[in-house]
Design a protein around this ligand. Structure first.
Ligand SMILES: [Zn+2]
Length: 173
């Protein structure tokens, strides 16, 4: 069944033909993070795909994955290309190295999940919070409810984790 929703005034639609993404977001709607695990090589993968990027097998199962990790890289957006985000600039797009499957299949390739920095209640983070986050910041996944049937997996600072003294940020301030 397709998923439709309104996010910040934008229409979002996931067609039922996009089976992998519909399955992924069905778990997200239950605030549960699941990824596909290959039946053959046993590696988990992100983003959802039809075949395993490591061994090409089409057989996989959805398994629960802990939404914890560290910021691998980030983009701080000051000029919103999409008008819906204009009121929320600057905002962060984070690429997060999951603790799960870290360093596999190689040290350069691991499970890295994209999301925005949000507050613990799932709202896009305000500028004073954006300034505190950089490469190395420990984050945990939270789900932002968009509408019934659609929640976005996002990232909040992990208050229970030991944080780096000074996460790396672009030298712009
Ligand atoms: Zn595989």
């Amino acid at each position: 069944m397709s998923i439709t929703a309104d996010y910040l005034g934008m229409g979002l639609r996931l067609d039922e033909l996009d089976g992998e993404n519909v399955a992924y977001f069905k778990h997200c709607a239950e605030h549960s993070f699941h990824l596909q695990q290959c039946d053959d090589c046993k590696l988990k993968r992100y983003p959802p795909t039809t075949a395993c990027p490591w061994c090409m097998s089409r057989e996989a199962k959805w398994v629960p994955v802990e939404g914890k990790g560290a910021v691998h890289s980030y983009t701080e957006v000051h000029h919103a290309i999409q008008p819906a985000f204009k009121a929320h600039t600057p905002y962060l797009i984070l690429l997060v190295d999951l603790d799960t499957q870290k360093g596999k299949p190689t040290t350069e390739e691991a499970l890295r999940v994209v999301g925005n920095l949000v507050t613990p209640d799932g709202k896009l983070a305000p500028p004073d919070l954006v300034r505190t986050v950089g490469i190395g910041t420990r984050v945990r996944m939270v789900f932002s409810d968009v509408s019934p049937g659609l929640s976005l997996p996002q990232w909040a600072i992990d208050e229970s984790a030991t944080q780096p003294d000074k996460p790396w940020r672009y030298p712009q301030e």
